[in-house]
Ligand binder design. Sequence first.
Ligand code: HEM
Ligand code: NAG
Length: 163
Amino acid sequence: MKFFAVLALCVVGAIATPLTADQVNLVQSSWAQVKNNEVDILAAVFAAYPDIQARFPQFAGQDLAAVRGTAAFATQATRIVSFFSEVIALSGDSSNAAAVNSLVTRLGQDHQTRGVTRAQFNEFRAAFLAYLQANVSFGDNVAAAWNQALDNTYAIAFQTLTA
Ligand code: HEM
Ligand SMILES: *[C@@H]1O[C@H](CO)[C@@H](O)[C@H](O)[C@H]1NC(C)=O
């Protein structure tokens, strides 16, 4: 079963370099330090890249300081952080590769439909990594683990997010 899941992913070219067990631990333990800061994380992304905020009908054109305390903001922040938590929790076991592939493929599709671009996903990545770097113990090993995890995830998302 594992063999076929891995084979299927290799055929579509989704997973370039799987994380080592050590890297999975580094991602999971560093994520645990900030995963309850969902509002702060989304606010940091919007502050760094207002074009991302502008894509959200419920936040477009509004002052970040005013929207960041709203229920709608908490809802969206929780969606994004929960998505990361779900993928990170699955990533420890290679037999979950097909499940991760399907979740992230759908994420790419949904965002393609909304007119989100690869460039914006890359902006999100930059702001997200900056947040981590400032707010978790972030050595070269942690940076390398997160970069590999994001490379793998984005490779899947960009198969359906093509703009
Ligand atoms: C980088 C630029 C991004 C933009 C501009 C963007 C924009 C949006 C928008 C407009 C919505 C719909 C919100 C609503 O109508 O209530 C949404 C939903 C969502 N976004 Fe994003 N998003 C981005 C990146 C991401 C990333 C990187 C993730 C996760 C890793 C993510 C996860 C989600 C989830 C889980 C939802 C709700 C479920 C869904 O409808 O797909 N988004 N996003
Ligand atoms: C670090 O975390 C704090 C509190 O969550 C946040 O205000 C700050 O923007 C973060 N740093 C970066 C560089 O994102």
